[in-house]
Every structure is written in C-alpha cells, then in structure tokens.
Design a protein around this ligand. Structure first.
Ligand code: F6P
Length: 533
C-alpha cells in the first residue's frame, strides 16, 4: 500500500516548482475541465498535467473504484466496521429503481415514508395541521451533526424558494442556542422537529426536553406539536410522539448523508414538496453521471483526484471551500462534517496504519467576506491552501444584477491572482512609480510580492436552484467516496467521535461534585476545580 502513490510522488518531485501558468496552451482550459448538466468544474488552475492526470486515473483502476462504486449503489455492506450498506443514493432514486438489501427491495419503504412526509408537510403548509394557537408559523428543528448541518445549510441555500413556515435550527447543547431561538417564538404556533437518527444524542435530547418544557408552559398538549425523525421508533414512542408524526429511515443512511430523506423534513416544510423533489432530482442527475461517465470525464472522480493530488501528493494540509454565493455560507460547515468525519481516519480497511495522510482539514467562508479576513494568508502566507471556488452565473435578485457582476468579478479575480501572483519586478515598478528608491524601494516592494502559482478550482453553475443544490451535494458526497476508495479507508463510520462522548458522560458527576477527580490528569483537575459550579 505504501507504494500506491509512488509514481505520482516521483512525477510531482519533477514538476513541483514549475509555474502553473506555463501549462496553459490553447486547450488546457477545455482539457482540464468538465461540464455536466449545466455545471462547469474547472481544474486547469492546478499543477496537474496530462501525465499526472493519467497516473491519478490509473489509481482508480488499481483501487477497484468501478467495482466499489457498484458495490455501494448495489447495497453491499461496504461500511464493514458497522456491518451496514451505504445507500443514501436510494433516498433520491428514480421511480423505477430497485435497490436490494438482504434480499429485499428497500425502495417501497423509502417512497412510502416520503409520501407520509409530503402529506404532513402539505397539512402544515396548508393549515390543515394546526398548533394549539392556530396555524403553524415557525418550525424549530432540533438536531446536531448530520441531523442539523444539512437541513440548516439547505434551508438557507434555498431561501428564495421558501414559502412555508419560518425554519429555525438548534444544535448546540449550550443553552444559549435554544434560549435565543425560542425567544420571540409563539409556542402555540410552533412545531418542533426532534431530528436524531439514534434519538439518543445528548445535545439533541437535552434541547428537546427544554423545548418541551417551554411549550408545556403555554399549551395543553406539547407532544401534539412535536414530530420526530429517527430510526428508533421505540424511543420516539416512549418520548410521547405519535407514530403518525414520526418519519423513519434505515441504518444504511449515514447521518452526514441523510438530508435526502426525512432529515430533510425542515427543508421540505420551508420550500414545499415540489422544490424538494427538484432537489432530489439534482442529486439523482449527479448519481447518474457518476455511475455512467468515463472516469476521465466524471466530475466527482476528477474533483476527488484533484483533492488527492493536493493533499497526499503535494502535501497541502487543508483546503478552503469558498462559495461566492452568500446562501451557501453554511456549505463549508456542512462539508467539514461530510469530508472530515468521512475521511479523517488513521487506519485502512484492514486495520493497518495508513502509510500516508488521510483527508485534509476543510474550512471556508463565503466570498467576498473571506477576502477581507483570511485571504491575506492564502495569497502571501508561507503555506499553500488549495482553494475551491463556487459561483453562480446569476443570482436571484434581478434588480441587483450589478451586485452579482461584482461578486463574479471578485471570484474570478481571486483565482487569477492566486495563479499569476505579482513578481518582485512588478512590485518594484509599482513602488518606484510612487517615488521610492534604493533600499526602501526594495524593502517595500518585497512586502508587495505575491508568489502566485497557488492552485484553485472553480465550480460554476447557472443559478442556485433546488436542482443545482442537489447536484452540488451529491457531487461532494461522491468525491468523498472516491477519495476514501483511493485512500483505502472506510468513509462511512465515525469511531473518532466516541471517546469524547464517553468522557463527557463520565465528567458530569465530577462537575456536579458527586465524584472526585482522582483519576483525572493534572490539567483536567485544575480545569474542573475552576469550572465546577
Ligand atoms: O457524533 C457524531 C454523530 O454520530 C454524527 O455522525 C451524526 O450526524 C450526529 O452525531 C447526530 O447523530 P443523531 O442523528 O443520531 O442524533
């Protein structure tokens, strides 16, 4: 396994210092980009050349990507540390699809749940389902991780399509989050969604209890204004939520991949079932592309290969996701879970230590805000941060088209600046024009040099519609899958979140003063002594 990337490392060693700009001939922008269903992914502003691309593509054969892709879509239990299939794609499958798990087609159940969800959403939106003080005006989704990040991100992304009740998302166990959210809401016209795959997550259940107490102070039957999204029907029943308002899914849907099903209930309430169906159609279109396009023209595969080149071959530790689309401002947080919980692993499928780094640190903020904050480091810092720009051709505000033009200009300017940089000679000429001379000219000019030659990719699309959002999310999901296959790890478990959870449980009685800190390290002892109420 350690030789898996040897040829790529050898090639990289030869080309690492060359100017990306020197790679551009008349065809590069076409050859190193791909268009699918109205979306353009351009990776020509990277140091990947034809030889590197061929070697990267060879990895897909060497690692059995095609077979593993079939295994995933076919319902095989590829998440083998949890003994589960990985079938979030089934949640957006077409009407004629059949997906077998353990000898049975799982899609009738998926469709039946979606039909119940749709009926409930229609009732809430039409006013047929009412709160104890009238029509539902507000919905509070209580969940965390995959039960929050996806729907919260998508609700914001699809704001122009929202014509239902107002959606609010509470995730943090910090009481500030729920207190600030409930303030100003009318408990008699608020619907609470408790979204938790396991219905056992401490943060979510603590917030749900608080919301229930808040509602109980104002309505006769708080449970009647609660619904649940979970696979744990026994627990939702014990919590007093009527089964007619419980929407389940199977254990083959991972939390961070769950927005396409009942975890998307909040999104469907906000934008309506039709727009939600378009969102699913966008995801499905990307699935079809991923399943059928040759790898050399396959957008998720190419996105993954670029990621692997930057992380494992060039050694860049992070990647920035920079949507020039304000409504995608939660996309970086969503992708942090999707990518880092999936591919932030240290062992291979067989349990052996990985002989190379796994997934990168993913971070970002929307443009142009980031330009006035951290782009300084991206342009002139000593570390290279590959940047992934996203931008739409048009916004949803035709009256503000001049804003959009500025937005696009800034996005393109940033990738151009990263590519070109500004040489010492250019900086010196600029400063000389301002009258500087001698040592001071040299000193001032050096501060104004941009090394350039910094890689970026751009994902461009016509407009952030529900369909486009579906395409984008499925694109990134498959990118994570492909990177996981190339790295030989399990992208679908998340054992790394467990230890902290266990220790938090053990620390509660210590903080309450019911147990001592005897078995704790010196630092934790001091912190407990300081923080104990
Ligand atoms: O702690 C990590 C995690 O298990 C995520 O994978 C998941 O999305 C989140 O917690 C929430 O889990 P649940 O939906 O079961 O409350």
């Amino acid at each position: 396994m350690s030789d898996r990337f040897a040829a790529l490392h050898a090639h990289h060693a030869k080309v690492a210092d060359r100017a990306i700009l020197s790679l551009f001939d008349d065809n590069r922008a076409q050859d190193f980009s791909v268009q699918v269903d109205g979306m353009l992914f351009d990776f020509s502003k990277t140091n990947i050349d034809a030889a590197a691309l061929a070697q990267l593509l060879a990895l897909t054969t060497a690692t059995g990507l095609a077979e593993k892709r079939s295994a995933m879509f076919g319902g095989q239990k590829i998440n083998d540390t949890e003994g589960r299939a990985v079938l979030h794609t089934a949640l957006r499958a077409g009407d004629a699809a059949v997906v077998m798990v353990d000898g049975a087609d799982v899609l009738p159940e998926v469709r039946a749940t979606r039909a119940r969800m749709t009926a409930f959403v229609d009732d809430v939106r039409s006013g047929a389902f009412r709160g104890q003080g009238g029509r539902i005006t507000d919905v509070v989704n209580i969940g965390i991780g995959g039960s929050d990040l996806g729907p919260a991100m998508a609700t914001l992304a699809l704001a122009p399509y929202a014509d239902g009740p107002r959606l609010h998302y509470v995730s943090n166990v910090d009481g500030a989050h729920i207190a600030d959210t409930l303030k100003g809401l009318n408990p008699q016209t608020t619907l609470v969604i408790v979204a938790s795959k396991t219905f056992a997550t401490t943060e979510t259940m603590t917030n749900a209890d608080t919301a229930k107490r808040w509602m109980a102070g104002h309505v006769a039957n708080p449970s009647a204004q609660f619904c649940a999204v979970s696979i744990a029907a026994d627990k939702t029943a014990a919590y007093g939520i009527d089964p007619s308002r419980v929407f389940g899914f199977a254990d083959w849907v991972g939390g961070r991949y769950s927005i396409w099903g009942p975890i998307g209930l909040g999104v469907m309430l906000a934008v309506g079932p039709l727009a939600f169906a378009q969102f699913l159609a966008g995801g499905r279109a990307m699935d079809d592309h991923f399943r059928t396009a040759p790898f050399a023209a396959n957008m998720p595969v190419l996105l993954a290969l670029v990621g692997l080149w930057h992380t494992q071959i060039c050694g860049y530790a992070t990647r920035a996701v920079l949507p020039y689309d304000q409504r995608l401002s939660r996309l970086p947080a969503y992708l942090q879970q999707l990518e880092m919980e999936s591919n932030g692993k240290r062992v291979a499928m067989d349990g052996a230590d990985l002989p190379y780094h796994s997934g990168p640190v993913v971070w970002g903020e929307p443009g142009t805000n980031g330009q006035h904050a951290f782009y300084q480091l991206i342009h002139q810092g000593t570390r290279v941060v590959p940047c992934e720009f996203l931008v739409a051709k048009a916004g949803h505000e035709p009256d503000l088209a001049h804003h959009h033009l500025l937005l696009v200009a800034n996005c393109l300017a940033q990738s151009e600046a990263l590519l070109r940089g500004r040489s010492l000679a250019e900086a010196t000429a600029i400063m000389a024009q301002k009258g500087l001379t001698g040592d001071e000219l040299d000193r001032q000019a050096r501060h104004r040099v941009f090394p350039g030659n910094r890689p970026s990719t751009t994902l461009a699309y016509a407009k952030l519609t529900p369909f486009t959002l579906g395409q984008i999310l499925a694109l990134y999901e498959h990118r994570v899958f492909v990177e996981g296959v190339l790295l030989g790890l399990n992208s679908f478990d998340q054992w790394g979140v467990e230890l902290g959870k266990e220790l938090a449980v053990a620390l509660q009685p210590i903080l309450e003063g019911r147990q001592t800190t005897a078995d704790k390290d010196g630092s934790t002892k001091v912190l407990v002594a300081f923080l104990r109420p």
